[in-house]
Ligand binder design. Structure first.
Ligand SMILES: NCc1[nH]cc(CCC(=O)O)c1CC(=O)O
Length: 312
């Protein structure tokens, strides 16, 4: 028998992606006792500063890594789970969903301010329609400006005085070691995170059954997997029925009869003036069923028409 070969972990080249992939690589090396190396895979999303929507949305970050995986250039691909399209990809297995970071969004504002302390007319940066509509929904008269670029670039817009605040995922800030700059952690009651936020997706070629099994055994957290399954099921069903911004968060907690899953979701009109907000409970084993049930209820309650209700 030949010695086990090196495991190549593909990563985007941004500091956040390299940090995330580095953690996964270290954990794999420790669990499997194999040599693991990081391989940079550059994507159009990293090299272009054009609006994401103009070249296929956040899916561009994912597809370059998946292509490298399918071409056999890398053996494992690490993504931010919230960037993954909801439809499964042929030939790609979601080998592991590691334990999630805190999924909440945070504010980094000038002068240590919170959202409630920022004056009317403050300029807030976010490229996310979900964050923009939930910020508008607070009714505080914020001016929301579209921004993109990596996390460090976004924070610099506040430091440079170009913006009063930015809203970002706490998980990314934590992974970059910049939590001390956070001025407020947003309660999901006001700002429901993106489905899958704070979680990673570790993918392998589906044909690599042995590696899929080893990666799963080493890194998968069934509670996180159940939570993100529920969230992404809501997103997929709502995407099919409406194109409004969607937030969703599932939490798994120990109950009297085993683990319980609690799912909350919101769909909003772009100006935040209208929203459908619902919750549902079930068990982690029924994660998809809970998601389907909640989405069905939201669509029945008008989530599908939010986008048309846009007020000029
Ligand atoms: N939108 C891009 C993106 N994809 C994943 C993260 C952060 C890490 C995560 O949510 O897992 C970010 C930055 C952000 O939204 O602040």
């Amino acid at each position: 028998m030949t010695a086990p070969s090196v495991i190549r972990v593909g990563t985007r080249a941004s500091r956040l992606a390299r940090t995330q992939s580095g953690h996964v690589a270290d954990a794999l090396a420790a669990a499997l006792g194999r040599e693991v190396v990081l391989v940079d895979v550059s994507t159009e999303g990293d090299t272009s500063s054009a609006p994401l929507a103009s070249f296929g949305g956040v899916g561009v970050f994912v597809s370059a890594l998946r292509e490298a995986l399918l071409r056999g250039e890398v053996d494992v691909a690490v993504h931010s789970l919230k960037d993954l399209p909801t439809a499964p990809h042929d030939g790609i297995a979601l080998a592991a969903v590691p334990t999630r970071e805190d999924p909440r969004d945070v504010v980094i504002a000038r002068d240590g301010l919170t959202l409630g302390e920022l004056p009317t007319g403050s300029r807030l940066g976010t490229g996310s329609p979900r964050r923009a509509s939930q910020l508008h929904a607070l009714g505080l008269g914020f001016v929301v400006e579209g921004i993109r670029g990596n996390v460090d670039t976004r924070i610099r817009k506040v430091t440079d005085g170009e913006l009063d605040a930015v809203v970002l995922a706490r998980a990314g800030i934590a992974r970059l070691g910049r939590l001390d700059e956070v001025t407020e952690v947003l309660d999901p009651l006001q700002m429901l995170p993106a489905p899958g936020q704070g979680a990673l997706a570790v993918e392998c070629r589906a044909t690599d059954a042995d590696l899929v099994e080893k990666v799963r055994a080493a890194l998968d957290d069934p509670r996180t997997r159940a939570a993100v399954t529920a969230e992404r099921t809501v997103l997929a069903d709502l995407e099919a029925g409406c194109s409004a911004p969607v937030g969703a968060l599932a939490e798994v907690a120990e109950g009297d009869d085993g683990d319980e899953l609690w799912l909350r979701a919101v769909a909003l009109s772009p100006d935040g003036g209208l929203s459908v907000r619902r919750s549902a409970t079930g068990t982690p084993g029924d994660a998809s069923e809970v998601g389907h049930r909640l989405a069905k209820e939201m669509l029945a309650d008008g989530a599908g028409s939010l986008i048309e209700e846009k007020v000029s």
